[in-house]
Design a protein around this ligand. Structure first.
Ligand code: ZN
Length: 239
């Protein structure tokens, strides 16, 4: 696959043919989650971002043409390029491990041994089954094992893993696992409360429901600690 960091269109179409086909009639709209790692191809970064943008632009143009859109229209002409750049550089940029936020850790000088809660972290992701947005709030907590993290880094970790095609369950676990690793502690909790546009704007068209996922580990598995965390995030939700 490697060829000076580029993949030819022929190679790409061969590659696409090799992918397993899934019977959508059997799966329907069911959202199923695989492991906690994003299923990435081994050669995911053999081609450059620039090449990816070129290829996605080309293929997205074809999708629009197949739908019958007139790409000579001024309003549509730039869309394939715009979408390609948005995919690679923005909404799916979190696929690239080189963009993972580097932790800034500080010594816990204040000897603060209670939980730290960062709540109402707004995130935008995309459902990997429909490629439409998932958005909502993440609430994260940890108890310091001697290291503390810059507060904005918690937001950045949430954003980084959100910028992938995702299922909410995996997103929740990926953020929790990264925080455990960075902070060198098991005492981490996260609750994510999100709207899925694949549920509200299509399919059952339920605009009222939201999906809550959670991951508790270490001391947060204990009832008392978990209750304290939940009280922090829900007691003044409107603030
Ligand atoms: Zn979906």
């Amino acid at each position: 696959m490697k060829q000076n960091g580029t993949t030819s269109a022929t190679q790409l179409s061969k590659l696409l043919k090799e992918l397993p086909t899934i019977n959508l009639d059997e799966i329907g709209d069911a959202h199923f989650a695989s492991g906690s790692d994003t299923p990435l191809r081994e050669d995911a970064f053999d081609i450059t971002d620039e090449r990816k943008i070129e290829l996605i632009e080309k293929h997205f143009r074809e999708i629009m043409l197949i739908m019958g859109l007139d790409l000579t229209d001024d309003s549509l002409a730039g869309t394939p390029k715009r979408v390609a750049k948005m995919y690679v550089k923005e909404i799916f940029s979190g696929l690239n491990p080189s963009l993972k936020p580097k932790p800034t850790l500080f010594e816990n000088k204040y000897k603060y041994g209670e939980m730290l809660v960062e709540k109402n972290i707004q995130f935008y992701s995309n459902c990997e089954h429909h490629f439409v947005p998932i958005y909502g709030l993440a609430h994260v907590a940890y108890i310091s094992s001697g290291k503390v993290i810059g507060l904005s880094k918690i937001n950045r970790i949430v954003q980084y893993f959100s910028k992938r095609p995702q299922v909410q369950e995996r997103l929740t676990v990926q953020i929790a696992e990264e925080l455990k690793l960075m902070l060198d502690t098991q005492d981490v909790a996260i609750v994510m409360d999100a709207k899925h546009l694949c549920v509200s704007s299509r399919g059952v068209q339920d605009t009222a429901s939201s999906t809550i996922t959670a991951h508790y580990s270490g001391k947060f598995k204990e009832e008392k600690t978990k209750d304290e965390f939940l009280a922090h995030i829900y007691q003044s939700a409107s603030r």
